[in-house]
Write a protein that binds this ligand. Structure first.
Ligand code: NDP
Length: 282
């Protein structure tokens, strides 16, 4: 039989693209699952995004990721959106389905997947710190996964209120905004605490969100969206208090597993992906 020199392509469009570790994680999974596929990490400026998507379409890429600053702008170049991407209003994973490019959002789905290893969000009360792109995606997906109530805590009131009303208006969950102008104490009935701001992200590793550590009691599951460093100061404080913790690396791996399944139909081995990221020494 003749060799097949035509390899299925996937990749990522972002700016900057240089520090994006997704290529290492996805290509490790391709190798592990004997798929001769490629993931091409591309630097794409905002003014080039339309051409980049046209290129992916013309070359019949199987799909691609979009990261900062393209997650909202890419929607104008696609043929349709998945349910949660439509509610969130942002896309980070594009999938070629029957010749159409469909936008999905795996930021929050990856988080829920990682969280579900330790607890089921069904019926739970959640306190969500942060209402940026990550907070919005995580809040919507937790609500769609059955969380009963989500308290959205954010420094800027407008973004916080917008996420709370999005959740309350478009999902079955209850949601309300809680200001963050002083130290916030997590109420005793909150079962899941999610930190989704950028405080503590490398290189600002000494930053700590203004949350009363004594209110992080051992009955709570505490998650942090930051994957670099994998264990933030906040997560260390929660762990020291006896909380069950979920780190941002698990969220990144959860996203990778979901995107991989969208593109290839295969359930990727999360351990292989996590090891590929760990080997990078982030
Ligand atoms: P955005 O810029 O969209 O939002 C930033 C959020 O952080 C806002 O809620 C902002 O509040 C808050 N914030 C920033 N600085 C402070 C501060 N000093 N005090 C209080 N609040 C602050 O970023 P993203 O939502 O896209 O990303 C947030 C984090 O999530 C990043 O660390 C990112 O690395 C991580 N992330 C992780 C993913 C993963 O797979 N592990 C996926 C996506 C993101 P305000 O509205 O008041 O400005």
């Amino acid at each position: 039989m003749a060799e097949n020199f035509l390899l299925p392509l996937t990749g990522s469009f972002a700016q900057p693209a240089v520090g994006n570790p997704t290529v290492a994680m996805i290509e490790a999974a391709f190798r592990h699952h004997d798929l001769d596929w490629r993931y091409i990490n591309c630097e794409v400026a905002p003014e080039g995004l339309g051409d980049a998507v046209k290129g992916a379409r013309a070359m019949r890429w199987r799909g691609f990721n979009c990261s900062i600053p393209h997650k909202v702008a890419v929607i104008d170049h696609l043929d349709g959106l998945g349910e949660s991407a439509e509610i969130i209003g942002a896309v980070n994973t594009i999938v070629a389905r029957d010749g159409k490019l469909i936008g999905e959002n795996t930021d929050g789905k990856g988080f829920v997947k990682a969280l579900s290893d330790v607890t089921d969000p069904e019926g739970k009360t959640v306190m969500l710190f942060g209402a940026g792109g990550a907070g919005r995606a995580v809040g919507v997906e937790l609500a769609l996964a059955g969380a009963a109530k989500i308290l959205v805590v954010n420094r800027s009131r407008d973004r916080g209120e917008a996420v709370a009303s999005l959740i309350a208006g478009r999902t079955p969950a209850k949601a309300e905004y809680h200001p963050w102008d002083q130290t916030v104490s997590v109420p005793s009935d909150v079962e899941i605490v999610v930190h989704a701001t950028s405080q503590g992200l490398y290189p600002n590793v000494d930053q700590m969100p203004d949350i009363d550590p004594d209110s992080l009691t051992p009955d709570k599951v505490v998650a942090d969206g930051i994957h670099n460093p994998p264990k933030t100061r906040f997560l260390k404080a929660a762990e020291a208090n006896g909380c069950t913790i979920v780190d941002g690396l698990s969220m990144l791996v959860g996203q990778g597993v979901i995107g991989f399944k969208y593109w290839t139909g295969i359930e990727a081995n999360p351990e292989v992906m996590r090891r590929a990221l760990a080997d990078l020494d982030l």
